[in-house]
Design a protein around this ligand. Structure first.
Ligand SMILES: [Zn+2]
Length: 151
């Protein structure tokens, strides 16, 4: 029986996530991080994310990392975000206290399924409601108020 700790995130003005773009940029957070096994819950969330997005992917190709980030903010390459998907190595970084935060975990899963760092509204807002916690809570939204252009 696995028990996840549902973290309360400080949601203020942080972006849900970002994807490092610059060549030569560091590819991992500065904070201490460790790989976490994918639990049954993650398989279920992966399936749900495949369903809403219409994309199929092999979750075993994705590595999940917990990051020692008690405030819920992970810094990478000068940017701070709640979570990160890194294309190189297909890695997802989440605050250790947010491993049970469905919208955030599935937000990063959607990046991995799309293999894109951007946030196209079609999938992130309309289809899956995973763009941000605001969009997660209000499924009638047509765009993400924290990222209206879906960057
Ligand atoms: Zn994102």
């Amino acid at each position: 029986m696995h028990r996840l700790i549902a973290g309360v995130l400080l949601l203020s003005s942080l972006t849900a996530c970002a994807a490092p773009k610059a060549a030569g940029a560091p590819l991992a957070p500065i904070e201490r991080a460790w790989e976490v096994p994918t639990l049954e819950l993650y398989s279920e969330w992966w399936r749900k994310t495949e369903e809403c997005s219409g994309r199929k992917g092999d979750m075993s190709l994705v590595k999940f990392f917990a990051v020692d980030a008690p405030t819920g903010a992970i810094g990478l390459n000068g940017t701070i975000a709640h979570g990160w998907w890194v294309r190189q190595g297909n890695r997802i970084y989440l605050p250790a206290n947010a491993l049970g935060e469905e919208w955030l975990v599935r937000h990063e899963m959607l990046h991995a399924l799309l293999q894109r760092g951007a946030h196209p509204a079609k999938q992130f807002v309309g289809a899956c409601h995973l763009a941000s916690v605001e969009v997660w809570r209000d499924s009638t939204m047509h765009f993400d108020p924290t990222n209206p252009r879906g960057l």
